[in-house]
Design a protein around this ligand. Structure first.
Ligand code: KG4
Ligand code: ZN
Length: 395
């Protein structure tokens, strides 16, 4: 079956077409990526120092139709078929006039593609952004008469791993670390999840982003901090006064699987204020301090993520560990997870290639594939910004 997927939960506009064979029951799933495009708003985020929902919504409105055309073209599904009547969206796009205009011209120019299912992220995420994607999916579903399935964004960060590794065995423990979420999840099987632990305040990605802002490094913080930390791996610099920057590892020793990252951000703020207050820093010295701080922030985050996730896998006697979400694009985090597992257990770890760690629509497509039975009439589709993947286990 061919699945057209739409992902707009944050600031990236993702559309993809995935060809999938097999099925949950057959045991032998095969996937072929027909097209995968992410229109990133990173330039805008850089300019304004973060993501602003209303602005991101406007960008999605602008980007969705051109991205869809690109994807259909790549998948060789762009069929010219001129119609004269004007499509009626039954007020679906009342709040997205620009998108409505673009979609009308698309529908007047091109015919229905050979697609069996639409998959769209309906939560969790930024409410205005989710609604644009959901309304876009509704309009397409209605006009081209294609059924639609709603996809949980957190689940899709996990299941994207099956694209490259369809043989992954369950039960498994997953760590999802993104700009909005940090959760350890127990997976009994696809569709059956329990939250073992999660952040009590900021998400790990948010911590990277906020610390980068404090250090004046720009947005998004994760990739920038990671690059800077690479220049000078911890402790190897000849110039570095060893142990000069030591940040806390919040909740490292607690018995639960929860996290807390807001204190780490505050610690960086105070440490950086202290460093910047010293007048005699040369610019080279200040740069070195920034590199050291970046490496230490990254290590503090990795330390707690690795410790708590492996503890969860061991406590629940799980042999499969699945990582997902934007922060798992981090090279050092990937390396340290693998090292920790090599030496300590027979747990196998799966992590997506970096461009599938961050938001994209292939993850939405594959999740839609596994939930194809849950397709609903487009009228029932709703965005749910606080959607949860499962109940939290209270110890
Ligand atoms: O999953 P994602 O693309 O979007 C959300 O669902 O939030 O994650 C975005 C987050 C941002 O906070 C970004 O700074 C972080 O992932 N990120 C990274 C790296 N690449 C992206 N964090 C650390 N290291 C990276 N290389
Ligand atoms: Zn995400």
């Amino acid at each position: 079956m061919e699945i057209l997927a739409i992902e707009t939960s944050c600031d990236d506009t993702g559309i993809a077409i995935l060809s999938a064979k097999g099925g949950p029951a057959s045991g032998g799933d095969e996937f072929e990526v027909l097209a995968n495009v992410v229109s990133s708003q990173t330039a805008l985020g850089k300019k304004y120092g973060g993501v602003f929902p209303a602005m991101a919504k406007r960008e999605h409105q602008k980007n969705l139709v051109p991205t869809l055309v690109k994807v259909l073209k790549k998948a060789e599904m762009l069929n010219s078929k001129v119609i004269n009547e004007t499509p009626d969206f039954k007020n679906i796009l009342e709040r997205e006039p620009e998108l409505e205009k673009n979609l009308i011209s698309l529908f007047k120019k091109y015919g229905k593609p050979d697609v069996d299912l639409i998959a769209v992220t309906n939560g969790p995420g930024l409410e205005p952004c989710l609604w644009v994607g959901v309304n876009f999916a509704k309009a397409i579903s209605q006009f081209w008469n294609i059924p639609v399935v709603a996809v949980n964004h957190i689940e899709s960060h996990i299941l994207v791993n099956l694209l490259e590794n369809p043989e992954i065995k369950f039960p498994a423990v997953a760590l999802v670390v993104s700009g909005g979420h940090t959760q350890i999840i127990l997976i009994k099987k696809i569709g059956k999840y329990k939250i073992l632990g999660e952040t009590r305040d900021d998400a790990a990605g948010e911590c990277f982003d906020k610390c980068a802002k404090i250090l004046g490094l720009g947005y998004p913080g994760g990739p920038i901090i990671s690059k800077l930390a690479e220049i000078d791996p911890r402790g190897l610099s000849a110039n570095r006064p060893r142990g000069s920057i030591k940040l806390p590892r919040p909740m490292f020793n607690t018995k639960d699987y929860d996290f807390s990252f807001s204190g780490l951000k505050t610690a960086v703020l105070y440490a950086w204020q202290k460093i910047s207050a010293v007048k005699f820093h040369s610019s080279e010295n200040l740069r070195q301090q920034k590199i050291n701080m970046a490496a230490e922030v990254q290590q503090a985050i990795i330390d707690v993520l690795v410790k708590k996730t492996i503890k969860a896998a061991k406590d629940y006697k799980i042999k499969t560990l699945i990582l997902g979400g934007g922060v798992t694009a981090n090279k050092e985090l990937r390396k340290q997870f693998k090292e920790a597992l090599n030496t300590s257990s027979r747990v196998e770890v799966f992590v997506p290639t970096p461009n599938l760690s961050t938001d994209n629509a292939l993850m939405t497509a594959i999740t839609g594939f596994y939930h194809q039975k849950n397709k609903i009439p487009w009228e029932k589709l709703q965005a749910e910004s606080n959607l949860r993947i499962g109940e939290k286990v209270i110890k």
